[in-house]
Design a protein around this ligand. Structure first.
Ligand SMILES: NC(=O)c1ccc[n+]([C@@H]2O[C@H](COP(=O)([O-])OP(=O)(O)OC[C@H]3O[C@@H](n4cnc5c(N)ncnc54)[C@H](OP(=O)(O)O)[C@@H]3O)[C@@H](O)[C@H]2O)c1
Length: 212
């Protein structure tokens, strides 16, 4: 959607193949300027290099969308330390690494916009959700503090909290009653289109009629 709006967009993911494939599809579907590079956002050094790559490819950096996320759903007694760490690293620490890079650039150019893709799990705990809930509750706190740190520098910050979305996430369930990925993208587009004087801090979205 951002490409359709005329933005230049750089994406990342954990493998070259997936990123290149996505860049090709995006460019073909929209005719827009899509770029991409491999970057594991749990590694601050890889994040630093990815932002250096965006310095070389994009005209400027106006918008950061933090979307990468994983879900490991297990009772605390069964949760492995690695699963806990990976969930927190992917869903929370990565957002700090990316925002730190973005803030340096936003400062230089006088502002910018951050959209964090959180979850209703950032507000509602559920059984089996300890790591996921902790990461998304943490993301909510981080996002609010980020906004307070940088709002006077013309940085706007929003968080989107979806319920079930039909993607490959977790068990990869797909059903007609679920939110579709493009519905989440539409919310991001709406947030970015707000007049500069106004910042929408948080959007909750859920399936109108949840199935089973
Ligand atoms: N689906 C839902 O029901 C739902 C509900 C609420 C919130 N959310 C949130 O929505 C966001 C997107 O999830 P999704 O549903 O689209 O899941 P998804 O289909 O599994 O996609 C996850 C994305 O994150 C990327 N990613 C994961 N770990 C990464 C890492 N270490 N470095 C770089 N990229 C990484 C993946 O790319 P590669 O695999 O190519 O690395 C993939 O593009 C997540 O933050 C999730 O928590 C999802």
């Amino acid at each position: 959607m951002l490409l359709e709006e005329g933005a230049e967009v750089a994406i990342c993911g954990r493998t070259d193949e997936a990123v290149q494939q996505a860049v090709e599809v995006l460019a073909q579907q929209t005719g827009g300027k899509a770029f991409g590079a491999r970057c594991d956002v749990t590694d601050p050094e890889e994040v630093r290099k990815f932002f250096a790559y965006t310095d070389d490819t994009l005209s400027r950096l106006d918008i950061l969308v933090n979307n990468a996320g994983i879900g490991v759903f297990r009772a605390v007694a069964e949760m492995e330390s690695d699963e806990w760490r990976k969930t927190l690293d992917t869903n929370l620490s990565s957002v700090f690494y990316c925002c730190r890079e973005a803030m340096a650039r936003f400062r230089r150019q006088g502002g910018g916009f951050v959209v964090n893709i959180s979850s209703l799990a950032g507000r509602n705990a559920f059984a089996g959700g300890s790591a996921y809930n902790a990461s998304k509750f943490g993301l909510e706190g981080f996002t609010e503090a980020l906004m307070l740190d940088h709002r006077m520098e013309n940085v706007r910050v929003s968080t989107v909290m979806p319920g079930s979305v039909a993607t490959g996430f977790g068990r990869g369930r797909q059903a007609d009653w679920m939110i579709q990925p493009e519905d989440v993208a539409e919310v991001v587009r709406m947030l970015l289109a707000m007049p500069e004087r106004t910042m929408v801090s948080r959007v909750e979205m859920r399936p109108s009629k949840p199935g089973k």
